[in-house]
Design a protein around this ligand. Structure first.
Ligand SMILES: [Zn+2]
Length: 454
């Protein structure tokens, strides 16, 4: 592949997002009626040019633009195939800024693509947004590129009976003529795909020390039962990964079953089938929480590095298993290695291509890569690496090359490490796992490590 220009969109999602400009802040004022699934919005985007710009291209899918203004002056626009193009009366020089305001409306619906339906989705009684990887433009106009983050203000008005949950702590709720308006405090910088809004018949209650749960009243007992070790999980991850990166964490449980849980900035969404009182999704609860560090705070710059999200979150499942009395990470690694060994070896996890970026083999091989690295580095260096990673790239972006550089920086000896990473990350064939480490460091050892002051 030829080297990409800074202005190229992400090669995994061409015709989508732009590197020509940054949106530093989104101010979204949305009105939504649940019954007819009708959304009316006004989005103000604080745009900053990276290159010289005489035209802007924003992403917006399935909704109709009524009016566009740039710095208060109306401009003409063209909206085709999910792209809103507008001409700037005065070209922006690199670093130049403009306020773009877009009024739009319609019946939001998921975008269909290579990864199934993503974005806005109606529930039996409410709605949700599942933005990864390209669903954000189904509910607001944006520069939908994973390599940029923005802050957000959200005001969301909907029918009074419904509860609204979004990425940031709730600031105010005001009631007017059968509706309620929910405003949310500005978030830490966030990727567009991690922005979300959840509308449903939810009660929002504290769940232990660290989280809130939003769920229908009828699901209270099941959810409480399934999350009864959530504080322990949270403490383990803070101990192993560093301080929780955001202002709060909310677990949303929908009335409907969902195919898969999904992560968003500061919250995770589970279906009624996931937290059903059987504790069958313990692994997924750990996985989604781990994404707050790996994916949501430290985010990929390009989708090709998706293993940095999914490999780490999958490895976090194994660490939780080990620390909570289940099979040790080393045992799980060897089991999954055996399963992967009999599957097709056509995946390079550091550049899987768009078709395979959410392939389960990438998740498992990503986790195996981290386990191989842990065995090669030793536990002290490996967990120091996790802390440094989440601290150095907190609320930012990182790449596989950044991870390799950090390994070189922290390893006592780099002998064989480059070759190990080459084999795991850049080659198709599945490498052997190094021999297991010291079994005395397992289980209770992880909990003890997590509890150590730093
Ligand atoms: Zn995941």
């Amino acid at each position: 592949m030829p080297s990409s220009r800074a202005s190229d969109p992400d090669p995994y999602v061409p015709h989508h997002g732009s590197r020509d400009f940054v949106v530093d802040h989104y101010d979204l004022d949305l009105r939504y009626r649940v019954g007819p699934n009708r959304l009316e919005g006004r989005a103000r985007l604080d745009v900053r040019a990276v290159d010289t710009l005489d035209e802007l291209r924003l992403d917006l899918v399935g909704l109709r633009v009524a009016r566009v203004e740039v710095d208060g002056a109306r401009v003409r626009h063209a909206h085709r195939k999910g792209s809103v193009r507008l001409r700037l009366a005065d070209a922006l020089q690199p670093g130049g800024t403009a306020a773009v305001t877009i009024a739009y409306a319609g019946n939001p619906a998921p975008a269909t693509g290579a990864w199934g339906d993503v974005g806005w989705e109606e529930l039996t009684d409410g709605a949700l947004v599942a933005g990864q990887p390209t669903g954000a433009p189904t509910w607001f106009p944006c520069n939908d590129h994973p390599g940029y983050k923005a802050t957000y203000d959200l005001s969301f008005t909907t029918d009074a009976p419904y509860t609204v949950v979004a990425n940031a702590p709730l600031r105010t709720v005001t009631r007017r003529a059968g509706t309620r308006t929910w405003t949310f405090e500005r978030t830490e910088p966030m990727c567009t795909y991690l922005a979300t809004v959840q509308v449903g018949p939810y009660d929002v209650v504290a769940s232990g020390e660290h989280a809130r749960v939003a769920r229908p009243a009828g699901r209270a007992a099941d959810v409480r039962h399934d999350l009864d070790r959530h504080d322990e999980l949270f403490s383990l991850f803070e101990g192993l990964f560093g301080p929780y990166p955001f202002a709060g964490y909310t677990v949303v449980v929908t009335s409907d079953p969902l195919e898969i849980p999904l992560e968003a900035h500061g919250l995770s969404v589970f279906g009624a089938n996931h937290l059903d009182g059987s504790k069958g999704s313990d692994r997924l609860v750990a996985h989604e929480l781990a994404h707050q560090w790996f994916g949501n705070s430290v985010s990929v710059r390009q989708w090709r590095d998706i293993w940095l999200n999914e490999g780490f979150a999958c490895y976090a499942e194994w660490l939780w298993s080990e620390a909570s009395g289940g099979p040790a990470a080393d045992q799980l690694a060897r089991e999954h290695h055996g399963r992967l060994a009999v599957l097709d070896q056509d995946l390079v996890i550091a550049d899987p291509g768009p078709r395979l970026m959410f392939d389960d083999r990438l998740y498992k091989r990503g986790a195996l890569t981290l386990h191989a690295l842990r065995l090669a580095l030793g536990d002290d260096t490996f967990f120091a690496l996790l802390h440094t990673w989440t601290d150095r790239y907190r609320h930012g972006h990182a790449t596989t090359a950044d991870l390799r550089a950090l390994v070189r920086e922290l390893a006592a000896s780099t002998d064989g490490l480059e070759e190990l990473l080459d084999r795991w990350l850049d080659a198709r064939g599945l490498p052997d796992l190094p021999p297991g480490g010291d079994p005395s460091s397992r289980g209770a050892g992880l909990r003890e490590r997590a509890a150590r002051p730093r």
